[in-house]
Ligand binder design. Sequence first.
Ligand SMILES: C[S@@+](CC[C@H](N)C(=O)[O-])C[C@H]1O[C@@H](n2cnc3c(N)ncnc32)[C@H](O)[C@@H]1O
Length: 469
Amino acid sequence: MNLPSRPRQPSRAATAPNTNQGPSLSAQLLAVARALQDVRQGQSARAVLGGVEPALRAGVQALLMDVLRVLGTAEAVRAELAPRKPASAVDALLCTALALLLPEVPRYDAFTVVNQAVDAAKKRSATKSQSAFINGCLRSFLRERDDLLRAVAQEPVAQYNHPQWWLGRLQKDYPQDWQAIVAANNAQAPMALRVNLQRCSRADYLALLDEAGIEAVVGVGEAGLVLTRGVPVDQLPQFAQGWVSVQDSAAQMAAPLLLDGLQPHDGRALHVLDACAAPGGKTAHLLEAATPQRPIDMVALEIDAKRAERIGDTLARLSLQADVVVASGSEVASWLPAVQARHGLQQFDAILLDAPCSASGIVRRQPDVRWLRRATDIAQLAAIQRQLLEALWPLVVPGGRLLYCTCSVFHEEGEGQVAQFLRRHADAQRLPAPGHLLPQLREAGHNSLGSLARDHDGFYYALLHKPLR
Ligand SMILES: C[S@@+](CC[C@H](N)C(=O)[O-])C[C@H]1O[C@@H](n2cnc3c(N)ncnc32)[C@H](O)[C@@H]1O
């Protein structure tokens, strides 16, 4: 945490409490505080934001993400200012305003935040009677900010903005790199794109972006791009027509890892199973990588019926096709016979197992994740990952392969899981794959183009080959 040496000046964003066009800051603060209350009760930020009225949603989303990134500091400061924890609605509004007053979040002039937070408090029955208390706390913070920040800087949760158990796990798994991982988690991720090579080349799409005034650099693989500034997807040329998708650079490594060098011998289509497929980002990438010489027959499995609908939406936009099956990858008997009959197959040439995980590698995109997870979740998730690996490995044809991946940096969900699997399965051989990829903190000069091109989330990849008998 950087301590400011002098009071912060009015900053880059709005300093006025309201404009003629947009909703007032107090209305946004009220909605952010309600959303924070819901997240604290266990709901994901994505689900909560879905319920925010459309006119407020974009602003509330941006502010909520900022608040969640510094929530550990804000809560520690609140505890200094008000040792007896206020009622949940009051605490959520107070912590929201404190977060927006921290030096890491220079969005608004400090007095604007204070005044608008007090206005917000007066608008809600659950906070109305505490508006003077909120005003007092926030003004105390402005007066004593440096001392308060120095006091809480000694507490790891306040300093690093991650739960204690999470920091402990990172320290154990990465004694050298844990602080760099935490710093990357607290930064904002760039917007990465994957060009649909069935529709156009990367060079042609770059030219389209250039025409639209959107600056981008070449990213991973044959289809990756990274924007120097994120834009709403509807501003991306030909997005609705399926020429491009938004996907982090680490996730874009899955399709080439699984497919490169794999060719069915008899000229038939490659039988591919995406075993945990929703919302279908990697299913789509695999299908985009099909060629006339290597057509792909895709089965996309997903346990959650609602999420499975999103695979259909993803594929429809991109004009791609898969057999979407709602079932559990670990209960093979419930879906395999019907799939075998429909596709005329016995086993799969390639299986992608993008397993459910803690999502500890993508917290820079989903800053709520760190506050929602519990320490005990990791062992439970590792048990599910193990069941899926055990159930799916027999479905790989000899000569075929399984790509195991998670968007986690924790060893128990990555290297630890795969090392145990290899000890149990003499018929599994490792092929080259990146292993644990760590989220990157961009180098000095921040948006330096080379640094952007190499930026990615935290991820884990292991490629397992089943030799011919
Ligand atoms: C990491 S996400 C997959 C992301 C997806 N591969 C993509 O790139 O868009 C994991 C998915 O696995 C699903 N899932 C969890 N347990 C499962 C199981 N036993 N069988 C099949 N799907 C499962 C979850 O509902 C979730 O949609």
